[in-house]
Each structure stands twice: as C-alpha cells, then as structure tokens.
Design a protein around this ligand. Structure first.
Ligand SMILES: Nc1nc2c(c(=O)[nH]1)N[C@H]1C(S)=C(S)[C@@H](COP(=O)(O)OP(=O)(O)OC[C@H]3O[C@@H](n4cnc5c(=O)[nH]c(N)nc54)[C@H](O)[C@@H]3O)O[C@H]1N2
Ligand SMILES: Nc1nc2c(c(=O)[nH]1)N[C@H]1C(S)=C(S)[C@@H](COP(=O)(O)OP(=O)(O)OC[C@H]3O[C@@H](n4cnc5c(=O)[nH]c(N)nc54)[C@H](O)[C@@H]3O)O[C@H]1N2
Ligand SMILES: [Mo]
Length: 596
C-alpha cells in the first residue's frame, strides 16, 4: 500500500531501492520536495530538523504539491501546485530544458547510465527508443517542452524553466519524492523519471545530491530481528492490492496481474485480519469490498483482532480483543531507516479478555498440530530475550535484555549515509546490480516485458481518471487523500480531542467553492461513479483550483442511503492497480461536489 510503485520499479533502474540519510540535506544547495510532506508524515524523527538546518545553511527549497502542506508552509521558498498525476510530465519537461540549455552532465550519463541517448543503448533495440529521443519528440513527434508540460501540469512554463535551470546549475541538489506521487495511476513513471533527472544533473551517489523516495538511509538500521517465520510452502505470490480480486477470480489471475509462481490453487476463502483496518476502510472502493465480503459464498470465514470496533471488525466472524502496547512488553522498531529501537515495558494487565495475538495464534497452531514448531516452547518474554541475544551477537554495543528493559531504548549516533556512493566512486569494483551494471534509464527488461503502459524509458502517460480523462466532464474535480497529521491512517479517528484539534474536512479552493455556492464550514456531498460521502468544506487557497483533498483514514460510516457520514475517502477510490507494480492508485480519482 505504501510504496508499491517505488519498491517495484526502482530496482529496474538502479538495481535496488535506496536513499541518502537526511543529514546529507545540510550540504544541498537546492532541495526539491516532490509530494513529500515530512512535517506531517514524519519520515524520520529528524527529517524536519535536517530540513531546517539545510535552510539555515542557505539551501533553496521548492515544494511540488497540489496542496500548500505544512512542509511547504514551513520550509518552501517556492510552492508549485501541480495537478495530481502529472509529475512525470513536469520531470520530462525539466529534462527538455536541461538538454536544450546544455545543462546536462553528459560525462556522468556516459559513465554510469544506459539509455539516456541513442549512443548508449543496449544491443537489439531499434533506433529512437532513448530517453533523449522521447524528450525531444524524435520518437513520437511531440516535443516535451515546458509549454507542453504547462498545459498538462498546470505549472507555468517559465516556472518549469526556472526550476530546471536551478536544478542544472545548483550542485549538489537533492530531489526527494514522497510516496504520494507514486500512489497514482502510472505511479511507476514519476519514480523512473525522477531518477533520470538526478542522473542528468550528476546527483546520484553525491553527498547533498541524491534522489530519494521517502525513507532515508535504510542501510543504517539497527540489526534487530523478529520471530522466525519458517519456510512458507506456498510459493505463489499475489500483489497485496489485488486481494479482493483474489477472492472473486484468484484461480484465473495470471502473470499479467502480477501473480508469481501462479496460478493460485483456490480463491481466498479465509481471512485473518490482524492489526489492520484494510479489510474495509483502508482498501480502495469500500462499496465493492463490502459487496464481496457480504457474499458468504466467497470468503467463508473472517477473524479480526483489534482494539476497537472498526469498520473492518464489523465483518468478523470471530472478533478478538487485542492487548495494547501498555499491556505487554515489546520491542518497537521504527518504520523507516532509523538508528534506534524502543523497549516498552508492561504497565498494566490487559483488561477483560484482551490478549496478545501471540497467545491465540499459539493456541490455533496447537490445534493444527503445529504448536511446537510455532512456539518452540517459548513464552513471549523468552522470545524477546532471544531477539536481544541475537542482536548482541551482531552488534557488541547492544545492551543486555535487563539493561534495555531499564533504559527503554537503544540508539546509535546518526551517521551520514550516501546511497549509491560506492557504485559512483568505483564503478568497476561496484557495478549497479542491473543487467548492464549501470543505471538503466532505458530498461531492456521492461522493454522486453512489453507490458501495456510501461515503455523502456520513463514516459508521461495520462492517468485513467486523471485531468485528461473524458470522465472529467462528469466529475470535474481531482480528489486526493493525504495522510493526516492527527491520526495514523484510521487509528484514533474516533478520538474527540484529535477531532477538535484537526477535524475531518475537505479542502476546496475559493473558485471551486464559489462556483458551487459552497461557504467555508458548510456540509457538502462528494460523489462519483463508485460512491458518495459527506464532509465539511474548508475553503482555502492552500489547494490548487480543480483539486479537492479529503484526508484518508476516516471511519466508513454509511447511512441508510449508503452515503458515508464520516467521510471515508475509500468509498470514492478505485481498485484498478498500476500496470507494472500492481500498486494502488488511491490518490487518482475524479469527483463532483455539491451542497449537502
Ligand atoms: N501523521 C501521519 N503520518 C504518517 C501516516 C499517517 O497516516 N499519519 N502514514 C504513514 C505511512 S504508512 C505512509 S505510507 C506515509 C505516507 O506518506 P506519503 O505517501 O508521502 O503521504 P501522502 O499524504 O499520501 O502524500 C504526500 C503528499 O503528496 C501530495 N500529492 C498527492 N498527489 C500528488 C501528485 O500527483 N504529485 C505530487 N507532486 N504530490 C502529490 C499530497 O498532497 C501530500 O501532501 O506516511 C506515514 N506517516
Ligand atoms: N485512500 C487512501 N487509502 C489508503 C492510503 C492512501 O494514501 N489513500 N494509504 C494506504 C497506506 S500507505 C497504508 S500503509 C494503509 C494502512 O492501513 P492499515 O494498516 O489498515 O491502517 P490503520 O488504520 O492504522 O489500521 C491499523 C489497525 O490496527 C489496530 N492495532 C493497533 N495496534 C494493535 C495491536 O497491537 N494489536 C492488534 N491486534 N491491533 C492493533 C488499530 O486499532 C487499527 O485499527 O492504508 C492505505 N489506504
Ligand atoms: Mo503506508
């Protein structure tokens, strides 16, 4: 759900996915934050600290986002409010300026990359397929000038030119992409086009330079393990976003659907849903999901474990009340590449029948005759001791179990980490782990796969349900669902204090509101071909006209008419997956809004 397009696509280009640590921002002369909003989504505890340091050191910060986010309000010298789904067009036009104004680092491209120009193409590919040929319009007759992109992105041509010139002359420069731009139809392309730009300006593997998709410095993580998961005898894998399809047509899904080692021997009949509200709330197209889950002939049994009676929990055949982090001892590992772990001691006993998931899972394993291999006879605490013991073997500085329990955390000093540094310093000794050993701006693997909508080099491909889709005649507003600072997805949506601080509301621009007679604070109905919801309008200049934003994560609360009263954006989103990664495009949708 988070990063399918990035995680799946980046390895085709650079061999693996990696990002500089945020300390390196301090050396940057220019920082482009593209759909990256760490002031609200906190990509690393100190990402904002380093952004502030970088600004103090004189870096210019440009934020590209349809919304004037808290990040833009706090750090940006310039805000470019582009139309959602059009990042690749912006990047391709920046590439055009770099070529036309001779700001390209040809030496870097020749040495480290394949596929930028016709002189550096893999064997067996007909002429005209390089990135340069695409940008200059030699392959399709359309020159990707800033004027071409202005029409598509809604960013004026001179602003695109200025940004490209700054990127081509201020060195080192860092281009950081959040995960929002890739959670879109053809989200693969903004990832690939971003890496191509970083190479064109010689910004890969350089301190203060770099290209990043979200999390920083993964390689510096603390070596903490978890419970062994054993060997999964099932070798068939499906893209997670297609789980609802696997319920209705699992056995028919093929490699075209992203299935590996298929086919599935059966459609999904049984679901364990632990610590997740994705069963209903967080997956796209709630109304379709609900229709599927209601059909008892499809999924026959659902087990849910949670703290709250979430919209997902309402679909459980068996609902298990879980203990929470104050009611058990556990090791907490940050989700991003950070250099600390925390230890949470048990503060109170779990109330009523609440139990740790390990407790009931062990008992299920026992009934299946797998008790011993599952638990190895160990209690929860014995597992924690073993995990700490293993970590101590890998890292001599790691505290003992008792020390960790007392202190509550273990951290290592932050260290600068520059992604792809060794590949750039020593290309012969450390080739990029791609077929050519270089950065593949043209990927022969993707070209040979010949997947519809995935060419060999990055292209701008108009999104389905995007601003250029005919559907916009019926539903003229693009709608995005940003991650909201007051909650984690749907967690704490029901908390009244958080609601007071940051209510669930829809951002709409003054002209769009005026055209519909909507005043600030009024209740509106937002709808499209899949569903409808009610929301309070926040009329604000902080969003570009033509776009509305409804924070994702509100609890699905349908009225008798099926309209969601709370404002769960996933009643409007689509289950169509992206063409290569089969990731979700949950930011790509069109809607209309009217007074409720
Ligand atoms: N407070 C809080 N923090 C969180 C989370 C949370 O729910 N709440 N969730 C966590 C998780 S699991 C994840 S995966 C990350 C998610 O982090 P992201 O995926 O980066 O977050 P989003 O809010 O989806 O998108 C980031 C920004 O992209 C913008 N955007 C949307 N569409 C486009 C586009 O087409 N182009 C451009 N340039 N910008 C666009 C949005 O307006 C938004 O400001 O956050 C993590 N952090
Ligand atoms: N429209 C739209 N939809 C999105 C996104 C988007 O950008 N737009 N983002 C997507 C992304 S990136 C993600 S990661 C997903 C997130 O989707 P989910 O991971 O499903 O998100 P949460 O709503 O945080 O659900 C977590 C649940 O776990 C429960 N829980 C917490 N701690 C425990 C515990 O210790 N034990 C048990 N048993 N339960 C516990 C919480 O109460 C909560 O109900 O949403 C995706 N959905
Ligand atoms: Mo995520």
């Amino acid at each position: 759900y988070s990063s399918a397009c990035l995680s799946y696509t980046a390895p085709f280009v650079t061999g693996y996915r990696d990002t500089n640590s945020y300390q390196t921002l301090v050396a940057s002369k220019l920082i482009i934050l593209n759909g990256f909003n760490p002031a609200e989504t906190i990509f690393e505890t100190n990402s904002n600290y380093y952004l502030a340091r970088a600004r103090e050191a004189g870096a210019r910060v440009v934020v590209i986002d349809p919304r004037l986010t808290e990040t833009a309000a706090t750090f940006a010298d310039e805000w470019l409010p582009l139309k959602p789904t059009t990042d690749a067009a912006l990047f391709v036009a920046m590439a055009h300026v770099l070529i036309a104004e001779k700001l390209c680092n040809r030496e870097f491209l020749d040495k480290y990359c394949v596929g930028f120009d016709e002189g550096h193409m893999p064997a067996g590919v007909p002429a005209g397929h390089s990135f340069e040929s695409y940008v200059l319009g030699r392959s399709d007759g359309v020159e990707k000038t800033p004027e071409w992109a202005a029409e598509i992105t809604g960013i004026e041509a001179h602003a695109i030119r200025n940004l490209a010139r700054a990127y081509g002359t201020l060195h080192p420069a860092q281009l950081l992409q959040g995960l929002g731009p890739q959670r879109h139809a053809h989200g693969e392309e903004s990832v690939r086009a971003g890496i191509a730009l970083a190479c064109m300006t010689g910004n890969l593997g350089v301190p203060g330079g770099g290209w990043g998709g979200g999390e920083g410095g993964r390689r510096l993580e603390i070596p903490i393990g978890g419970l062994p998961t054993g060997a999964n005898p099932v070798k068939t894998r499906i893209p997670v976003f297609l789980w609802t399809d696997a319920i209705v047509r699992g056995t028919e899904m093929t490699a075209e659907d992203g299935v590996e080692n298929g086919p599935l021997p059966s459609n999904i009949k049984f679901i364990f849903n632990l610590g997740s509200n994705t069963l209903v709330n967080q997956h796209a197209d709630v109304n379709r999901t609900v229709r599927i889950l209601r059909d008892e002939g499809l999924v026959e049994f659902i087990v849910v474990s949670d703290h709250f009676l979430t919209p997902s929990a309402r679909f459980a055949d068996i609902l298990l009340p879980a203990d929470n982090s104050l009611e058990r001892a556990d090791i907490g590992v940050p989700w991003s590449g950070e250099r600390y772990i925390v230890f949470g001691n048990k503060v109170v006993e779990p109330p009523f029948e609440c139990k740790h998931d390990y407790w009931w899972l062990s008992r299920v394993a026992e009934r299946l005759g797998l008790g011993k291999p599952f638990t190895e006879g160990k209690t929860e605490e014995q597992w924690l001791e073993q995990i700490v013991g293993d970590a101590r073997q890998r890292d001599p500085g790691f505290p003992s179990y008792e020390e960790l329990r007392q202190r509550g955390f273990y951290r290592k000093d932050p260290e600068e980490y520059v992604a792809f540094e060794k590949e750039i310093r020593d290309p012969a000794g450390h080739p990029f782990p791609t077929p050519s050993g270089k950065v593949e701006i043209f990927s022969k693997r993707l070209y040979d796969m010949n997947r519809a909508g995935v060419p060999g080099v990055p292209h701008y491909i108009p999104a389905w349900e995007g601003p250029q889709d005919e559907l916009a005649l019926r539903y003229p507003l693009q709608c995005i669902g940003p991650h909201y600072k007051r909650r984690t997805h749907s967690t704490w949506d029901e908390d009244p204090w958080m609601e007071e601080a940051d209510p669930q509301q829809m951002w709409i621009s003054p002209p769009d509101a005026a055209a519909r007679g909507i005043a600030n604070g009024e209740l509106v109905k937002v709808f499209n071909q899949r569903g409808a919801l009610l929301a309070r309008a926040r009329v604000t200049r902080r969003i570009r006209p033509g776009v509305v934003a409804i924070p994702q994560g509100a609890w699905y609360t349908p009225g008798k008419d099926g309209v969601c009263r709370r404002g769960c954006i996933n009643v409007l989103t689509s289950q169509q997956s992206t063409p290569l990664a089969h990731g979700n495009a949950q930011h790509t949708l069109l809607v209309e809004v009217k007074k409720a």
